[in-house]
Ligand binder design. Structure first.
Ligand SMILES: CC(C)(COP(=O)(O)OP(=O)(O)OC[C@H]1O[C@@H](n2cnc3c(N)ncnc32)[C@H](O)[C@@H]1OP(=O)(O)O)[C@@H](O)C(=O)NCCC(=O)NCCS
Length: 334
């Protein structure tokens, strides 16, 4: 596909660490239940840091790593389903924070799959000779949507942000996006829902009734049919990686890493078995961070890069799933 090179990565994780033990103080749960059913030991929660703030912090680190002046950025995309404002977009706020005056900026909401969609878009934009550098920031304060009296969801999620700079590579560079497989299944959207504002203005007829797509949700708090999401996730994680690999002409054994969306350790293990991947290839950081929505994949990627565990030319698959329902896999040569 495109000569896309990831030239910098960076993350921001809030300091506030909430352990499973702390969760037992607010809902009827146990460390044993959470650990065995999800693989999560603790998660970071915002101390009040807004989504844009975390995004800008992660972006600064990624730009420093890429040794890129913000003024060189052509595009800023922020993937988020938990923005601070309907408008302006988080991406425009990040632009102002960075002083990235040349960039055009927009948010992308594909829920937890957002980063995979954004990487696909970045590679497509980079095939335009006028576009050289793109900043993708995944930033999520998913705790804003969580009902902390619902034990089946509140133990799962954490907050955080992570950014990558995607630049046009030279012909000699081994770096490239090799294939993507994106999809959506809107007909099962009801299994993971958070409501936005309803229509309200002074001219609304009293008692006006219009179809409510997902039934009665009083407010924005997240509702989830966990087992349905679980089955969907295992299927699409495995199948999208296999399809992307076939499209790229890459054998699974050639992949240095497979980085799945971090939602539940059991989902990841089941997906790995379904795609017959070597467990050593699979990255799982769920224990420390929980599910940080679209930020979970780039947080893992950033950790690998910073630890020197990923070399240029090594191949990586990323795969995500989330509300929508959405899913996607991408295979790139780092
Ligand atoms: C949510 C999830 C962890 C639940 O695990 P599960 O093994 O499916 O558990 P179930 O929903 O069958 O619930 C089993 C029991 O545990 C209970 N339970 C749920 N959460 C609990 C908790 N935190 N602590 C203790 N018990 C809990 C349930 O009430 C249920 O009790 P019951 O049998 O008395 O009714 C799991 O379904 C999951 O991870 N799904 C995917 C969610 C996801 O990834 N969402 C994000 C998408 S981006």
């Amino acid at each position: 596909m495109a000569k896309m090179k990831i030239t910098g990565t960076g993350s921001y994780l809030p300091e506030l660490t909430v352990t499973n033990q702390m969760m037992t103080k607010i809902v009827d749960t146990s460390d044993e239940w959470i650990t065995t059913r999800t693989g999560i030991s603790e998660r970071r929660l915002s101390s009040g840091e807004p989504t844009w703030f975390m995004a800008a912090q992660a972006a600064r680190k990624a730009l420093a790593e890429a040794a890129l002046d913000p003024a060189q950025l052509d595009i800023i995309m922020v993937t988020t389903c938990t923005p601070d404002y309907y408008l302006p977009s988080a991406a425009c706020i990040v632009q102002a924070e960075l002083g990235a005056d040349r960039a055009f900026c927009f948010d992308l909401n594909a829920a937890c799959t957002g980063f995979v969609y954004a990487l696909d878009m970045a590679a497509r934009y980079l095939s335009d000779p006028n576009i050289h550098h793109i900043l993708i920031v995944a930033s999520e304060n998913i705790s804003k949507l969580v009902d902390y009296s619902d034990r089946s969801t509140c133990v799962l999620f954490g907050d955080g942000a992570s950014a990558v700079v995607c630049s046009r590579g030279s012909d000699e560079d081994p770096s490239a996006l090799l294939a993507t497989r994106l999809g959506s299944e809107g007909q099962t959207g009801h299994v993971l829902v958070s409501r936005a504002l309803k229509v309200r203005h002074p001219f609304l007829a009293e008692g006006a009734v219009w179809p409510d797509r997902f039934g009665e949700h009083a407010d924005h708090t997240l509702t989830m049919e966990g087992q349905e999401v679980f089955k969907f996730a295992v299927r699409v994680l495995a199948d999208s990686v296999l399809e992307a690999a076939a499209q790229a002409g890459v054998n699974l054994t050639e992949l240095r890493y497979i980085i799945p969306h971090q939602a539940n350790a059991r989902i990841v293990e089941a997906a790995a078995r379904r795609m017959k991947a070597d467990p050593a290839q699979i990255i799982s950081r769920i224990a420390d961070f929980g599910n940080t929505s679209s930020a979970s994949i780039p947080i893992c990627l950033d950790e690998l890069v910073r630890a020197g565990k990923l070399q240029r030319g090594e191949k990586v698959a990323i795969c995500g799933f989330g509300a929508g329902l959405t899913y996607g896999a991408a295979i790139f040569s780092y």
